[in-house]
Design a protein around this ligand. Structure first.
Ligand code: CP3
Length: 358
């Protein structure tokens, strides 16, 4: 695999890590994108088509360190983002607990044995026995650290969002099973959230030991909850994870959730280094609300990338003119990139950020 060369960039002085610490701003903010490695890239689809000849193509990709490494590098090589995110998935912690996930073409993740009873919860592996099942992730991180010269972001799903898939059995427009469980079997739900919290802490510690430079927690489906319910089901567990990680390491922790326009005070209280905001809120308003000591990441509308390059450039320049001068701002999307986005439009977004302020 070729060694990546980005002159003037070493991990210790990276734009991305400096923005997380709010120091040394020079010229422009850093940029990376959620789901930057994925199906919109022809080189990703080539590897995926090859892997599809195996039993479970996407899982083969994330479980084979050479393939996970290659796919992580693809967007860095093509666009030169300021950070790489490990190619994996948030649902690997569920599989490690003994609740296996399959990824089905045009459908997404499927759990054949969803967790809907005390018996199903009791049959899961204890968190301490789960992490050895994720050794392939640590192997990919170590391999990546040998070839990358931008920072590597490790990640995990937050307990509520991972639990939602384990309980629903896959993606769901309403999350009705988890909501039913919240009212009818609260002990099972909180037992699962606790077990996921434990496995997530152990998993993230291992990622730190393997060499990641920053962490991001994804709690995507908070937008299905009232503020009160998010305070019961999401934030106490996120806070436990952040507290445990801060006691273990000084590396930065970013938290992403949806409905940040409403939930930001609770997110701030969980103690992260940075908050990744969705595109439903106004970034300037958010910057004024969230304490300056926290970095802000986001919040380009992922659907803006369907627009023509001129419109993309105009809208992103507006965001940059508003926030690009700040030492602790990171450009990202408000959610993951869609699979049918033209590669040229992603290039326009990256070029716009890189040209700004120079
Ligand atoms: O580039 C990156 O961001 C790193 C890798 C990454 C993936 N998923 C790869 C992936 C990350 C960080 C995730 C996070 C993830 N996975 C989340 C939280 C963030 C978000 O986007 O909301 C969630 C909810 C999942 C669960 C998941 N994984 C779903 C719902 C799906 C199917 C939907 C889809 O887009 O097909 C996946 C599969 C998945 N994870 C793909 C990728 C590139 C598509 C796999 C393929 O078909 O090739």
């Amino acid at each position: 695999m070729p060694k990546l060369v980005h002159p003037n960039t070493t991990v210790s002085t990276s734009r991305f890590l400096e923005a997380l610490q709010g120091i040394n701003h020079t010229g422009r903010p850093p940029i990376w994108m959620m789901r930057q490695a994925g199906r919109y890239l022809p080189e990703y689809r080539a590897i995926r088509d090859e892997a599809a000849r195996h039993h479970n193509g996407f899982l083969t990709m994330i479980q084979t360190p050479e393939l996970a490494t290659e796919v992580t590098l693809q967007p860095i090589r093509r666009f030169g983002m300021d950070a790489a995110i490990l190619f994996s998935d948030i649902l690997v912690t569920a599989s490690a607990l003994g609740c296996p996930v399959r990824f089905v073409e045009k459908k997404g993740p499927v759990f054949d044995t969803p967790i809907r009873s005390p018996e199903a919860l009791a049959a899961l592996r204890p968190a301490s026995d789960a992490v050895p099942h994720l050794q392939y992730v640590m192997d990919a991180i170590r391999m990546l650290k040998g070839v990358l010269d931008v920072p590597l972001i490790g990640f995990a799903g937050a307990p509520f969002t991972v639990a939602s898939y384990m309980i629903e059995g896959g993606s769901s427009p309403t999350l009705s099973h988890i909501k039913r469980m919240q009212y009818n079997q609260p002990d099972v739900l909180h037992g699962l959230l606790s077990q996921l919290t434990d496995v997530t802490i152990a998993y993230l510690k291992q990622q730190v030991d393997a060499g990641v430079d920053a962490l991001q927690l994804f709690d995507t489906w908070t937008n299905h909850l009232s503020v009160y319910d998010a305070q019961q089901l999401c934030f106490p567990y996120i806070q436990q994870i952040i507290t445990a990680m801060k006691a273990y390491t000084s590396i930065p922790i970013i938290v992403f959730c949806k409905n940040t326009g409403v939930l930001w005070p609770d997110l701030v209280a969980t103690g992260p280094t940075a908050i990744s905001i969705d595109w439903g809120c106004d970034a300037v308003h958010m910057r004024a609300c969230i304490p300056d000591t926290l970095a802000l990441q986001g919040n380009v509308d992922p659907f803006l990338l369907y627009a023509d390059p001129e419109t993309i450039e105009k809208r992103v320049t507006r965001l940059l003119n508003d926030l690009g001068h700040l030492p602790n701002y990171i450009v990202n999307l408000g959610h993951g990139i869609m699979p049918d986005i033209p590669v040229a439009h992603v290039q326009t977004l990256v070029n716009t950020v890189k040209a700004w302020g120079s």
